[in-house]
Design a protein around this ligand. Structure first.
Ligand SMILES: [Fe+2]
Length: 474
């Protein structure tokens, strides 16, 4: 970085301040509320994130911290807050030892025991279970509802081979879960499908020319969308001390469409401008076109292929640069043509939609507005995009406040894609207190109707979702 901070030193920024871990598991009602909690919002918001239990060993990445889930349950206007560690085998080993026993994912090979499944990245409700997912893959961890206690790993009755990553998607109409698994050794990428009965029904290898960084995927009614991004892994790079990510600036992005309904159909690949994406908004089929929206990064690394340094924007792990803008691709299945365009010049991350529309056409996308004057990745507000009209509404968290991903929570008895609330955590860096904000989507720019003061800070989170009351049956 410009001030000489090394990548590993930059990673430590994610241990201090707003990122500092909270140690206690808390259950609390009787919370202070500014405004009024809507009575037509009943259920629970849960969000996963990194919360290192012990001071990390060498090579710590923000993504390596032990998983902790924060949840806010709402029942007829009354809130209950819970925070719980995700009790993984690796965390148990650390607690038994009294210190961190794994090295971080930025450590050099051979530095020590590594690849701890911290289950810290995402949460999905599938087959009647709340599952905590890890971005590198591994077995999901099942959490109880509403108490969020770790019940153990869930491997779909041992039908899951090789684990699954964060950002699995559920088709709300079929109840199927679609997922990817990936790694630095063949097979570099697989797609999988699990049924609502808790059995994996398909795992298909996707032929890639080499190891590629993967994070998110998309589904439409017809396709599973996967990527061959030019963000590659090279563990032999001279001076290698990071995750080994190298952006091949000259190479295109290939977007692959896997037929959902015919496992024998070949993958259809479309070539687009070179980029990377950590996070997608949604996808859908539209006539002959497959439409995809996501947060596109043109320059996803601090150092480009020619050795030029780009330290003008937030970094994660000292290497991963966030210059992401909302972007739309249209892949024409009849002609093979690809058209793409930037939707806004604003810097965004963590795009989300109403999950009921995840594969059938989402008009509204909610994205976090990235603070471009920070060294680390954080947001100072949210945007609501109308992808049909191009209109954008802004919600600012206010001076000194930061947040991350928000989720859409449908209103009880509501109708229409945006008939509900945008919910998420916001932290005031002045006193390190956190709130849970509830903002009506249809009056987004007016701000929250309720701000619930939490008894414990919510360290910056990765991903979560709203669980309707009917799912909270224990
Ligand atoms: Fe993610």
């Amino acid at each position: 970085m410009a001030d000489g901070t090394s990548p590993l030193e930059q990673a430590s920024l994610y241990l201090d301040g707003v990122y500092a871990s909270v140690m206690d598991e808390v259950t609390a009602g009787d919370l202070t509320v500014i405004g009024e909690i809507p009575h037509d919002l009943n259920g629970m918001f849960v969000q996963n994130g990194a919360n290192p239990r012990f001071h990390p060993k060498a090579g710590h990445s923000w993504f390596d911290g032990d998983g902790m889930v924060h949840g806010v349950q709402l029942d007829d206007g009354k809130p209950v807050f819970r925070s719980r560690w995700i009790k993984t085998t690796g965390l148990a080993e650390d607690i038994a030892a009294g210190h961190a026993t794994y090295v971080g994912s930025l450590a050099r090979p051979g530095a020590g025991k590594r690849h701890k499944n911290v289950a810290n990245t995402d949460l999905v409700y599938h087959a009647g279970r709340l599952l905590a997912l890890w971005w590198e893959g591994g077995a999901p961890h099942e959490l109880s509802l509403p108490n969020l206690e770790t019940k153990g790993t869930f491997t779909y009755g041992d039908t899951l081979k090789g684990g699954l990553t964060s950002h699995a998607k559920i088709d709300p109409r079929t109840g199927e879960l679609f997922f990817i698994s990936w790694g630095p050794r063949p097979p570099f990428l697989q797609v999988g499908v699990a049924g609502p009965d808790g059995q994996v029904t398909r795992q298909t290898t996707i032929d890639l020319p080499g190891p590629r960084v993967q994070h998110d995927m998309a589904i439409s009614d017809r396709f599973i969308c996967v990527f061959d991004f030019p963000l590659m892994m090279d563990f032999k790079r001279p001076g290698q001390d990071s995750l080994g990510f190298v952006l091949n600036d000259d190479a295109p992005t290939r977007i692959g469409l896997v037929d959902r309904h015919d496992p024998t159909a070949p993958v259809r690949w479309f070539e687009a401008g070179g980029c990377f994406m950590w996070h997608l908004s949604s996808a859908w089929d539209e006539g002959d076109e497959f439409v995809l929206v996501g947060a596109r990064l043109a320059g996803a690394t601090r150092v480009d292929k020619r050795g030029r340094v780009h330290d003008d924007l937030p970094l994660v792990d000292g290497e991963h640069r966030f210059d992401s803008h909302p972007h739309m691709w249209r892949l024409n299945l009849a002609t093979g043509a690809v058209t793409e365009r930037r939707l806004d010049d604003a810097y965004v991350e963590f795009p989300r939609v109403n999950d009921a529309n995840i594969c059938s056409g989402a008009r509204y996308s909610y994205m976090a507005r990235i603070k471009t004057d920070e060294k680390t990745l954080m947001a100072d507000g949210l945007f609501k995009y109308d992808l049909t009209s191009g209109a954008r509404q802004d919600l600012a968290f206010g001076a000194g406040r930061v947040g991350y991903e928000a989720s859409f929570a449908p209103r009880d008895g509501g109708s229409g894609e945006d008939d509900g609330y945008v919910v998420g955590f916001v932290t005031d860096r002045a006193d390190m207190t956190s709130e849970f904000w509830i903002t009506p989507s249809r009056a987004f720019a007016d701000g929250p109707v309720a701000r619930i003061k939490l008894p414990q800070k919510a360290p910056p989170k990765f991903h979560g979702r709203w669980l309707p009351a009917a799912t909270l049956k224990g």
